[in-house]
Design a binder for this molecule. Structure first.
Ligand code: FES
Length: 154
């Protein structure tokens, strides 16, 4: 992982247009575009919405509607480092639900829920920045939180 995962980058219209170019010609590109915008900037900037809407021939309200509906999309940068805990079935069966309250209580990080990170056999799993962590338990999740809170290269 490079950089500090909770430190949102400034965005530029040119970068949003570059993301749009990467998805040109795809069917149903709104979700992947929003996902890439969020991955790049840590949120979907308000100013990016009209650019995306114009490129996809949608109204701003339609793009706003999708951003608002899906909780994974942020309209503002996270104020704390984000730990995304997988709470899909396989990770639940391996103890994710016991870890969730520990993460919720920790004021150094912000807990988000995701559904499957592709490491189902090694769960519980979590994502910090672009790094996936597996085999979490009550001990190593505390280490993960400490590293995430420091913004360390994990
Ligand atoms: S269910 Fe958690 S990684 Fe797949």
């Amino acid at each position: 992982m490079t950089g500090n995962a909770h430190d949102p980058r400034l965005w530029t219209p040119q970068e949003v247009e570059e993301i749009l170019r990467r998805h040109a010609g795809r069917e149903g590109p709104l979700m992947p575009i929003l996902g890439d915008v969020q991955a790049a900037f840590g949120h979907v900037p308000e100013g990016a919405v009209p650019i995306i809407a114009a490129a996809l021939n949608l109204s701003r309200a339609e793009v706003h509607g999708v951003v608002s509906f899906y909780h994974d999309f942020r309209r503002a940068p996270a104020s704390r480092p984000v730990v995304k805990l997988c709470r899909a079935e396989a990770c639940q069966a391996r103890g994710a639900e016991q870890l969730a309250p520990l993460l919720e209580r920790d004021e150094r990080i912000e807990l988000e829920t995701v559904y499957c990170l592709g490491l189902c056999a090694s769960g519980p799993s979590a994502l910090v920045g672009d790094q996936v962590y597996a085999r979490l338990d009550e001990t190593n999740v505390a280490d993960l939180v400490a590293l995430a809170a420091r913004g360390s290269a994990l």
